[in-house]
Design a protein around this ligand. Structure first.
Ligand code: PEP
Ligand code: MG
Length: 587
């Protein structure tokens, strides 16, 4: 039966495919294997299972000789249950099915079958049996751990299936059917792992529109919906679903009429994409001759290619923290960071790259081992520059790496979440110190412009004082909105109050742009507002001439720029920000 689940639209477009449910285990690799590898992949799981069976047998032998104190009866009963689950035909047959019919890699097949069986356990009446789900998870975990210890084959290059359902239905039963991922939650690091994956769309139960998970999804340029509450509970593995990333809706088990409608929309979107593609080499100049700079936001050095492809004039925000995530405590050293920054710089072929120093904390934990659950308000805690200043050795390592990369092209350094003049002074003195360290070592480095992000209301109010210290400013509207309105950007339950058009937000933004223009200092916006075509005219009217956004958004914004007349927009923008309800004037 067809039904819809509503959430928040995050990344535009329509995806039609089969649901892959991801419960908990998102850190395993997901890729398709070549058909000739089916047998060896099944053998990998079998070897994993046999090893765990042996381990349990050994354990059983050890405890046989022990007294009831050291080895209580429950322990041996538990091991019996684990052995029984390991021999379970549904587990084995299911894993084989996903590998041989869908060509999933072994780890993916095992977690997919685990998910299907977990659902069956959830539905059991008997409480004892229901609780065996935890045992099943432990057993699967042990097999996965064993497989991890054994050589993991290198995944073949990712294939991202595309195309309408008609084509997909014709291919049903083969591996070319698009797959969409449905999960309760995904961290930004998990999301990043999916950048090279096979998925054609994403839906998560939790998350806000500008949560970092949503930001990475948007950068992948595939349809995504977050904050869809019970989505992962209501969809079953392998259900056909439509993800409407424009409306923020997921439609499950669509009827033929609904399918036809969405296939039509999908084709229209393709045509529009093709039309926009023609603007790639067109300079971004308004009707009244104002030249507008459109920069790209990137997460990884290799994203530079997408930035160039979209016709960006440089990188306006390289979120360097993604290099630090998911490394289980082993942070990249200076050399590794230097090579990564250098790759981004060289990838941009002479165009400028703005590297933001690490911004972890809040909804961007470094990894699973460092969740900030101990603090009640992590977004107000040790995040971004506060984190860096609290760990000078880590920060200096990053500063030296950025300075060294600047020897290979034009690099700007951007500092996130500053609020206090004392933080500014401390940061600038550490940058000087990093230069001195490189001088002492005789290591080459290049000149950099240093900028601050304006993303805390205190910084926006004190913008003139910031301008005494920095070469340029960049407004992080995602956080500026979060902190001005006291709305957690990652919390879907207050997402309706997260309002970029709130007059207080717009006034802070307008004042920052005006202050920079008055002093002739460059200013840009690098938050999600910059890539949202609904705000392009307003930002131009407020005097903004530099925007930074996901490469996928760039051509649509350019189209708005080409149609705009800034001389006419300026008085209108003043009217908008003077209004109590600016959103109504923008509609
Ligand atoms: C912002 O806050 O607008 C910004 C660009 O930084 P981030 O989204 O990474 O916090
Ligand atoms: Mg920010």
């Amino acid at each position: 039966m067809t039904f819809a689940v509503h959430g928040l639209p995050v990344a535009r477009g329509i995806a039609i495919g089969r649901a892959v449910l991801m419960a908990g285990r998102v850190d395993v690799a997901h890729y398709f294997i070549p058909p000739e590898q089916v047998e060896s992949e099944i053998a990998r799981v079998r070897a994993g299972r046999d090893a765990v069976v042996d381990e349990i047998h050994r354990l059983q032998q050890t405890i046989t000789g022990m007294g009831p104190k050291e080895a209580p009866h429950e322990l041996s009963a538990l091991l019996d249950v684990h052995l029984m689950l390991l021999q379970d035909q549904d587990l084995i047959a299911g894993v084989k099915h996903w590998i041989s019919e869908r060509l999933y890699n072994a780890e993916w097949a095992l977690t997919t079958q685990l998910e299907a069986l977990s659902r069956q356990f959830d539905e059991m009446e008997d409480e004892y049996l229901r609780e065996r789900k935890a045992d099943l998870e432990q057993v699967a975990e042990r097999i996965l751990r064993y497989m991890k210890g054994v050589a993991t084959p290198v995944p073949p290059p990712a294939r991202r299936p595309a195309g309408g359902l008609q084509q997909d239905l014709a291919l049903e039963g083969t591996t070319d059917v698009p797959l969409v991922l449905i999960a309760h939650d995904l961290s930004p690091a998990d999301m990043l792992q999916f950048k090279q994956s096979v998925f054609a769309g994403f839906v998560t139960d939790v998350g806000g529109k500008t949560s970092h998970t949503a930001i990475v999804a948007r950068s992948m340029d595939i349809p995504a919906v977050v904050g869809a509450r019970s989505a992962s509970q209501r969809v079953r593995q392998d259900d056909w679903v439509i993800i409407d990333g424009d409306a923020g809706v997921m439609i499950v088990d669509p009827s033929p009429i609904i399918l036809a409608e969405y296939q039509f929309k999908q084709r229209q979107a393709e045509l529009e994409r093709g039309r926009l593609g023609r603007l790639r080499h067109t300079p971004a100049v308004t009707l009244d001759g104002e030249r507008i700079e459109l920069f790209a936001n990137i997460e990884l050095p290799d994203d530079a290619a997408a930035a160039l492809e979209a016709g960006a004039v440089g990188v306006g925000l390289f979120r360097s923290e993604f290099l630090f995530m998911g490394r289980q405590g082993h942070l990249p050293d200076e050399e590794e960071q230097y090579l990564a920054y250098r790759r981004a710089v060289e990838g941009m072929q002479g165009l400028p790259v703005t590297i933001r120093t690490i911004d972890v904390g809040a909804d961007k934990p470094l990894d699973d081992t460092r969740h900030d659950d101990a603090h009640l308000n992590p977004a107000l805690g040790l995040r971004a520059i506060r984190w860096s200043l609290a760990d000078p050795a880590m920060f200096l390592t990053q500063l030296r790496a950025i300075l060294r990369a600047a020897a290979h092209g034009k690099v700007n350094m951007l500092i996130p979440m500053l609020a206090h003049v004392s933080e500014i002074r401390h940061t600038l003195s550490l940058i000087d110190f990093a230069r001195a360290e490189l001088d002492n070592r005789g290591t080459a480095y290049g000149p950099i412009a240093i900028g601050a992000m304006i993303e805390i209301p205190a910084a926006a109010i004190m913008v003139r004082s910031f301008l005494n210290y920095f070469d340029f400013l960049s407004v992080g509207t995602n956080d500026l909105i979060q902190y001005t309105l006291a709305i957690d950007r990652a919390d879907e339950s207050v997402a309706h109050l997260y309002d970029p058009c709130h007059p207080a937000v717009l006034r802070l933004l307008a004042d920052t742009i005006a202050a920079c223009r008055a002093q002739g200092k460059p200013v840009s916006v690098c938050g999600e507002m910059a890539g949202d075509v609904d705000f392009t005219r307003l930002l131009l009217g407020l005097g903004l001439r530099s925007f930074s956004m996901h490469p996928a958004q760039l051509l649509a914004v350019k189209q708005e720029v080409l149609r705009a007349d800034t001389a006419r927009l300026a008085p209108w923008a003043q009217e908008v920000i003077a209004s109590d309800e600016p959103g109504k004037l923008l509609a």
